[in-house]
Design a protein around this ligand. Sequence first.
Ligand SMILES: *Cc1c(COP(=O)(O)O)cnc(C)c1O
Length: 363
Amino acid sequence: MTLHAPDHVRRIAPYQAGKPISELAREYGLSEAGIVKLASNENPLGMPESARQAMMAAVAELGRYPDANGFELKAALSARYGVPADWITLGNGSNDILELAAHALVQAGESIVYAQHSFAVYALATQEVGARAIVVPARNLGHDLPAMAAAVAPDTRLVFIANPNNPTGTFVPAADIEAFLARVPASVVVVLDEAYNEYLRPEDRFDSAAWVRRHPNLLISRTFSKAYGLAGLRVGFGIAQPELTDLLNRVRQPFNVNSLAQAAAVAALADEAFLQRSYEINRQGLDRLQSAFTDMGLTHVPSYGNFVLVKVGDAAGVYERLLRAGVIVRPVAGYGLPEWLRVSVGLPAENEAFLTALRGALA
Ligand SMILES: *Cc1c(COP(=O)(O)O)cnc(C)c1O
């Protein structure tokens, strides 16, 4: 080892993304057209046509830097969520928002609390800043908020909560989060990561942006990568009161959200028909996958997102056999779930192709 790097950087295990279609095609000599990728919780409808058109129009201005303050997108988000524009932080994906929180608020040696089996980026953000992770055991594969509140230490600066959670698909109801916010000291920032919020059924929804008014230590994180269908453009946002937003802005790269992403996000936000279709196709696909798992005698975790965690036993072997059949899902051994696979909801034909391949892989 000739290069100097901090120990906390050397200890990082890089993020394992879902296998790209092109990579599977190369490695197994398959044609890309026949491959089904249900590995990264992407929107099976692809990007909205409205966003594609807005993006194409924005191409003309690519010689210039993006709007560093994202005026138009913040104005649209401000109207949508009923918060002032200066409560909004734009991110290069919501991953960026999670990292900004760690960089702005946590020093090396201080602690960050998150749940076992929650989103991998929480561990990465913690390690990047040399912080100490307090990983709270899950309860029924979901967040145990009373235990998380009890785990907050004097040096805890940040808590990450994914709701719904990835990769387990579990959900914590509004009342439990409100009770948690009431218990956590006002000096500890709570990041409520709601990447899958748009997939919640109407009866499970709540106005978390309104909680930001009451809690100066709350940061809501949302994304355009899932229900809005813009994963490849990288755009997400945070909502928090001005003091916290100002801190995030200090460590943000000035041009962290590119012009095409800003234009596409404004259009996608206005495209309620696309969002509704995304919601409906997801509900149908979730019902189909979950009832098929039940019929096959496989345990699954009832999901509130656009993916399902299913227990298959030898997950590494099943994953490999699915790859050979041209179906990419997500192994989750890295999340401490070596017997499970996570499968994203696809189009009806993709779901059927996956189920057929799964029956073959288990036979
Ligand atoms: C997919 C996901 C995100 C979104 O990541 P982006 O950077 O916005 O693409 C954030 N949090 C969780 C829990 C996710 O699963």
